[in-house]
Design a protein around this ligand. Structure first.
Ligand code: CO
Length: 211
């Protein structure tokens, strides 16, 4: 038999524990999901979206990729955003990166890892965009930390600039885009100060926090 028995055992315990608190929990969820939040984060196994935010199944719609990158030609990510905004009517989109990100590190070092190098090019664009700022940072680890932050801010701005979010704002729908970063060393989230609820605010807020 080719099964990961211990994972099925874990699953059994998890399901039992949740149903102990609320016998109808899975039944209610199976009929409808009404998450308030969309999380766009890194695939890193150390940053599990639901756990770090203390949210239950049904409360968080999630998209994760290496380096929490949002590219306007990525049909996968765009479809998640469109479904979340237009169908599920989420109120908040959280782009969350993390310090010590392997994808950001590889982009920072210009490492050659394979196909993924092409994906990480988008993070190298962030370095180029903020070249002046990075030249002023002498310490390599500080530069890397700053890139982890600036990458989140850039990707959050990309979310603000999708046609999906702009159209939702145009219709007057309540929708806020956030940029957060998670610290692997203490398990804490930090708000990077980008919190945009109107198209007209996006660039001004962005400029204020990227300096
Ligand atoms: Co990462």
């Amino acid at each position: 038999m080719c099964t990961l028995t211990h994972l099925f055992e874990n699953n059994q315990r998890w399901s039992t524990a949740l149903q102990k608190q609320d016998p109808e929990f899975f039944l209610k969820l199976s009929k409808l999901q009404t998450p308030r939040y969309l999380w766009i984060g890194c695939s890193d196994s150390r940053v599990p979206a639901n756990e770090v935010t203390g949210l239950l199944p049904g409360e968080l719609f999630v998209h994760r990729n290496v380096g929490n990158v949002v590219v306007p030609t990525d049909l996968n990510c765009l479809s998640v955003i469109q479904y979340a905004v237009d169908v599920l009517k989420v109120k908040d989109i959280i782009v969350c990166g993390h310090y010590g990100c392997g994808g950001v590190r590889a982009a920072w070092d210009g490492a050659r890892l394979g196909l993924i190098d092409n994906w990480l090019r988008h993070i190298q664009d962030v370095v180029q965009e903020h070249e002046v700022q990075f030249k002023q940072i002498q310490d390599d680890s500080k530069g890397f930390e700053r890139l982890c932050e600036l990458n989140v801010i850039e990707q959050a701005l990309n979310v603000c600039q999708t046609t999906i979010v702009k159209d939702a704002w145009g219709r007057g729908e309540p929708l806020t885009v956030h940029a957060w970063i998670y610290d692997l060393r203490d398990g804490l989230l930090k708000d990077l100060g980008l919190c945009v609820s109107r198209a007209v605010d996006a660039i001004a807020v962005y400029r204020k926090i990227v300096q």
